[in-house]
Design a protein around this ligand. Structure first.
Ligand code: SF4
Length: 220
């Protein structure tokens, strides 16, 4: 990186840290155990601290976690990983795999958005991810890039529909309008993936819930 570029990158990094740490402080007032990680590497170190070596880990659909290389890293470390995006999985095995994800020792997920006041916002098609975030006897860990921080719930919901879902349906070749237009038209398509909305205003009662805000752009 040339000197000029490095100078502006340093400004972006400081901005990400200011914003990320502001949200971490708000999440902590809402019962989440929150931390800021400046880089993907720092995030992986925190995750390895929070996930015991013998723990099973359930990972639902999340581009963020795959961008962090966590599936391979956890496998290599010896953790049992359950994930329904496994290319070797037969369609008949998928329901059982979804259950295994939910009942793992650790439910490790990304998030569509988090607001400035520490509210976590997600929209799901199958409902498995929002189910695992809303309830579980296991440890919940949510990893979010600073690109997903939104001012409030309204802008978070708009982010999911206009920024997160179009590239997701596009990569899956789904027959939804947003897959080709790049924005939401509140469709009634049979393949509509916006079906279950979860707004976590506080950490659910009794849940051991951790949030890591990463100072990089991750996922959609
Ligand atoms: S409601 Fe339909 S068009 Fe809008 S984001 Fe969801 S799937 Fe795409």
């Amino acid at each position: 990186m040339n000197q000029e570029r490095a100078k502006w990158q340093a400004v972006r990094d400081d901005y990400a840290e200011n914003l990320g740490k502001s949200v971490v402080a708000r999440l902590e007032t809402k019962g989440f155990k929150a931390r800021y990680a400046a880089t993907s590497e720092e995030a992986r170190q925190i995750l390895f601290f929070l996930i015991p070596e013998e723990a099973s880990v359930g990972i639902p659909g999340s581009v963020t976690l795959r961008e962090l290389g966590l599936i391979e890293a956890l496998h290599k470390r010896g953790n049992t990983v359950y994930q329904h995006w496994d290319a070797a999985l037969n369609p008949e095995e998928k329901p059982r795999r979804l259950q295994e994800e939910l009942s793992s020792d650790i439910f490790l997920t990304g998030s569509n958005a988090v607001t400035l006041d520490g509210t976590i916002v997600n929209i799901d098609g199958t409902g498995n991810r929002v189910a695992g975030m809303a309830w579980g006897a296991n440890r919940l860990i949510i990893v979010v890039g600073v690109n997903k921080i939104c001012r409030d719930v309204e802008s978070a919901l708009a982010r999911v529909r206009d920024a997160a879902t179009p590239p997701n349906t596009q990569r899956l070749n789904m027959a939804t309008p947003c897959a080709t237009t790049g924005y939401c038209s509140d469709c009634n398509s049979p393949q509509r993936v916006c079906r279950a909305v979860l707004i976590l205003e506080r950490c659910p009662f009794g849940r051991d819930a951790h949030v890591i805000i990463v100072g990089e752009s991750l996922g959609f």
